[in-house]
Design a protein around this ligand. Sequence first.
Ligand SMILES: NC(=O)c1ccc[n+]([C@@H]2O[C@H](COP(=O)([O-])OP(=O)(O)OC[C@H]3O[C@@H](n4cnc5c(N)ncnc54)[C@H](O)[C@@H]3O)[C@@H](O)[C@H]2O)c1
Length: 270
Amino acid sequence: MANNLLKGKRGIIFGALNEQSIAWKVAQRAHEEGATFVLTNAPIAMRMGEINNLAKETGSEIIPADATSVEDLDNLITKSMEILGGKLDFVLHSIGMSPNVRKGKHYSENNYAYYNQSMDVSAISLHKTLASCYKLDALNEWSSVVALTYIAAQRIFPDYNDMADAKSLLESITRSFGYHYGIKKKVRVNTISQSPTVTTAGQGIKGFTEFINFSEQMSPLGNAPAVACADYCVSMFSDLTRYVTMQNLFHDGGFSNTGVTQQVIEKFGE
Ligand SMILES: NC(=O)c1ccc[n+]([C@@H]2O[C@H](COP(=O)([O-])OP(=O)(O)OC[C@H]3O[C@@H](n4cnc5c(N)ncnc54)[C@H](O)[C@@H]3O)[C@@H](O)[C@H]2O)c1
């Protein structure tokens, strides 16, 4: 279902690791809608090589960048403009990683070096990306920057650990930079708060399978799949959403506004 919604638009897509990645689906949908873009991921993620298949499929070049390194980001953004032949119209930030989650730490006993890494990789990297674009004047007027987040920024989900704090910071950076970039150049910055989704990052969370089933039953429309998230990202990159900025947009089948569902309540009568 292609409608040329992104015809002539240029962008950068962070975070496509494998076919399950949300960023992978966004790249496929953006390509179908006529966009050209550069794919990027951390140098360590490149070694798995899967991203080459996506690059071939979408006719994209790949530039490795550690999203915590300002030097890497400056290089990525400068080279992307050269490759794509002009300033950019959209950026997808689809990056998350917590060493505390990976090592199974309890929230009350988190390691602070890891904690800093979680913030840097999962949240401050958005600030660094926007700051680099701002400095290099890399974004056209009415460009759209989207970062992916999760409702643990607003409500407690115990096993999400310090990723919850990182997502709160990510959403705050979205509002703050959205203000400054809006004033400077009418650039829009938003987060999309996605349902739990089966991906490498998602499956790193303890009890993920039980949790995804719970979420499915707590969402009137069911969990939103990754492809539907990609559709939403495409609509946010398009000119049809030009006045949406500084928002956290729930893409979760109604989970965020549901107190309880009949399906869940019935389980307590068993
Ligand atoms: N899967 C879910 O349940 C879910 C739900 C809501 C939001 N999200 C968010 O969606 C985004 C994408 O995650 P995903 O579920 O597609 O998983 P994923 O594991 O496919 O993607 C995470 C990406 O972050 C990249 N990354 C990690 N450290 C990096 C660094 N230093 N520099 C550059 N890239 C780095 C990884 O290489 C990977 O490509 C994340 O922000 C995640 O928190 C996921």
